[in-house]
Design a protein around this ligand. Sequence first.
Ligand SMILES: Cc1cc2nc3c(=O)[nH]c(=O)nc-3n(C[C@H](O)[C@H](O)[C@H](O)COP(=O)(O)OP(=O)(O)OC[C@H]3O[C@@H](n4cnc5c(N)ncnc54)[C@H](O)[C@@H]3O)c2cc1C
Length: 504
Amino acid sequence: MPEFTVGQVLPELRVKVTRSTVVRYSGASTDFNEIHFSDRHARAIGLPGVVAHGMWTMGAGLKLVTDAVGDPGRVLSYFVRFTRPVVVPDTDDGTEVVYSGKVTEVADGIAKIALTATCGDDAVLGAARAEVSPARRLALSSCSADRFEVASTGRPIDPSPLLRDHTTLRVGGAADRFVVAGSEAELISIVTDCDERGVPVLILGGGSNLLVADAGFPGTVVRVANTGIEADVSACGGAAVRVAAGVDWDDFVAHAVAQEWCGIETLSGIPGSVGATPIQNVGAYGAEVAQTISSVRTWDRRDRAQKTFPVVDCGFGYRTSRFKREPGRYVVLEVSYQFTLGNLSRPIAYSELAGRLGVEVGARVDSRLVREKVLEIRRGKGMVLDPSDHDTWSAGSFFTNPILDADAAGALPDDAPRFPAGGGRVKTSAAWLIQHAGFSRGYGNARAALSGKHVLALTNRGGASAADLVEVAGQVRAGVAERFGVTLVPEVNLIGLELPEASS
Ligand SMILES: Cc1cc2nc3c(=O)[nH]c(=O)nc-3n(C[C@H](O)[C@H](O)[C@H](O)COP(=O)(O)OP(=O)(O)OC[C@H]3O[C@@H](n4cnc5c(N)ncnc54)[C@H](O)[C@@H]3O)c2cc1C
């Protein structure tokens, strides 16, 4: 008997919301807009009083669906429009939102559910709908053999299987097979086909964080090229934006700044794709993507199922995430963001940027100006791609900033930078260690060398091989280990090669 039938009504869900719920949600979401705790501010913009966050109203309703299916991982998509705010009186009982749902379509085991949400007489959500996958592991209905033929032969195969043509370090030999996946279904289909046949897979975005061996990749390289940005914007809920993994990251940042979606302006100029940004929790100038991501939708290659991770389950940390800790398991299909609205940036948290903007740390500035200044600073450091500038033929920072325990940090010279990193640990600067171990800008040889603008970037001066780059990286790592007893960890993903052991 099918789990869902068209017309089936899901059990009603009643959710109480009080002022205390709203305050706690402000803390969890970091959305501290005054309309969520001050009647005075709410009335000043024409609301009857304090209102619940739109995202809370949306999120609470999804429980109707997850209760019905038992597994949140089966929710494939969820969409709402905010029609009226949920006004929360300052009483012990607060108010109540009543959610109901009805199955509108079942096709290939995927059920579409229409939801309603009311508070008193008001419908507070409109056009709300969710899609859920079948109870068994997601049968690859969109990834059948027929579809794979389309994906593997119908789309143009990139003319060059040479990975040096697809990486910003411009090194790397040929892949056995190179395929461009122009849609999510193709991406899943190609990866699943390879997994079933035991063929190694390398997921490729913009190639800006990869150092690939001269021998190339003995398997299929799949370039993620799905596109699309969908936004749901409301004065109360801000901008909830879903972005396909293949969208160019900096194009998306420029779009967000133009739309006055606040939160990623300091991440301007970082090359690569949207889908790669959660992998290492991309960050720069005092911000990281974890601060604005609301969820990441993935294809789990191990369980052969789509899985959506809310931000709290992404395991984000400094240049890491659950996706990086289990390399290759998750293919990012789509990233969702929650932005506040307005033309002012997030508070500036990085002193160099604040100085260039002529403001104090903590100030908020026109986001367009922030983007401009960040791009200016990055260009000065060779951190914006420019084919004519060999200092940008890199993968960005080659090593991460080391996070040390208190003893190791205590053993560093007094003037070494130290930043608290939680749990009594200390973050220091990889660039400082490299410089003070005697490696200055330009260190290396005619083919591979540290950037002339920034010691943390290892660059191809033209004609470098992967082996040339590994040699210089190995020398730097060994020198730092010998001088400071710290083994630098590559931030760049090494494919088919390793750095020589550095003994401290
Ligand atoms: C000049 C320059 C400046 C940089 N500046 C910064 C910076 O300021 N901050 C920063 O954090 N990084 C920086 N980087 C590093 C890099 O741009 C980022 O890590 C970026 O997110 C990588 O994106 P990409 O699409 O190029 O990923 P790729 O290099 O193609 O892939 C990187 C890794 O992610 C995996 N991957 C890619 N897409 C997906 C997907 N859809 N699903 C699952 N896995 C995937 C790949 O398999 C690989 O392991 C810089 C790089 C350069 C060249």
